[in-house]
Write a protein that binds this ligand. Sequence first.
Ligand SMILES: Cc1cc2nc3c(=O)[nH]c(=O)nc-3n(C[C@H](O)[C@H](O)[C@H](O)COP(=O)(O)OP(=O)(O)OC[C@H]3O[C@@H](n4cnc5c(N)ncnc54)[C@H](O)[C@@H]3O)c2cc1C
Length: 401
Amino acid sequence: MYDVVVIGAGPAGLSAAIACREWDLHVLVIDEYPQPGGRLLGQLYQESNGEWWNGIEETKKLLQKATELETEIRCSISVHHIEKLNTGFCVHTNKGRYNTENLLLATGAAETPAPIPGWTLPGVMSIGAAQVMTNVQRVRVGKTGIIAGINVLSVAIARELQLAGIDLHSMVLPTVNSVTKQAGNPKHVMEGLIRVAHLAPSAFLRFGSKFAKTTWVRDLALQFYPSGGVKMWGMPIHVRKAIIEINGTEQVESVTVCKVTADGERIPGTEETIDVDFVCIAGGLYPLVELASVIGCPFQYIEELGGHVPVHNEQMETPIEGLYVAGNITGIEGAKVAAAQGTLAGLSIARSRLIDIADISDKVTQAMENVKTTRENAAIQFHPGINEGRAKMEKAFHAYM
Ligand SMILES: Cc1cc2nc3c(=O)[nH]c(=O)nc-3n(C[C@H](O)[C@H](O)[C@H](O)COP(=O)(O)OP(=O)(O)OC[C@H]3O[C@@H](n4cnc5c(N)ncnc54)[C@H](O)[C@@H]3O)c2cc1C
């Protein structure tokens, strides 16, 4: 019987395990990937202050701390079921069962698919897959590619691909369909683009960021959007063009792109063919919450957090006794926020276990403050209105209690 089982060895899970070990709890961390680090392993970008965020180095730091504290981490183990017992939980995996009094779900996020005709051809991949192949497995994804989907994640990963010497033709939208919806709408996309302006050395985007909340300026910018696109790191970004088809017989050979109106409707007669040998589809991220649902945790749909999220409070507790959540399962944010939430969750668990022998309430309060400060200073913000989303969740938690 463990005091805590943590599912997910990303920044949230590792930070939580460290916090628990610092209070001498008996902890097991499980991850289905062969090595710990989660999505951190693929991350490499320059922050607005000019410093580089290198996910592999950040993972090493977390692992060193976890090792010093003799934290038990087991990889290549997949959790497929969890039972709620009277005395805690039984975690079912492909390598046996583990009993624990407390359970922390830190399973992260997954990518939303954006279907485009031809997307089953070899050479089509999600933008996250391209990131993992490039930065984790060091595999060249192709010679020249195009990215379908313009959002915070695709802009960050495009830069990572370029730094690895991969040629990107451009970044365009997916066509509007019942799945892509807003991801194919130039007005909606433009708002997102403006939010990453501080990452781009582009006068146009810096100009745009000053007026991010002014609809008429955004609309004007869209109306007069340059036909050659706006370049970010030398790569044109086209918010008024969309991929309508991916072409090829054995593998990707080209894509058909057309111009779209400011609302995303195709403009007939504007089709052009672009030769590429790979296509990255970037549909956005959503919280990976299935395991919370298996246990019977209540959910709340909150757009600003990325979709359906397990109900939880500011201290990472769910309405189910002994069940905690941290990181992207609680809403899509960057790795620093995930790590801060992990530390907070670990301290919350320690407080519940050690209530009679130690007062760690001050530490929990400090950790809550740290989550907020980290969020305010985050270089990457995936969703606008994240604070509103968090406030909605707090309200939802109290409605359940
Ligand atoms: C494709 C992709 C790319 C991203 N790129 C960036 C980026 O460049 N910059 C950035 O700031 N943020 C990025 N993010 C957001 C990223 O999720 C956070 O930065 C951060 O890694 C979240 O930390 P986490 O600990 O919550 O989850 P993760 O880091 O995602 O870790 C979750 C871990 O849980 C494990 N897991 C999940 N389900 C199970 C199961 N059933 N059994 C066992 N193990 C399981 C996974 O294998 C994974 O290792 C990206 C997210 C995705 C999905």
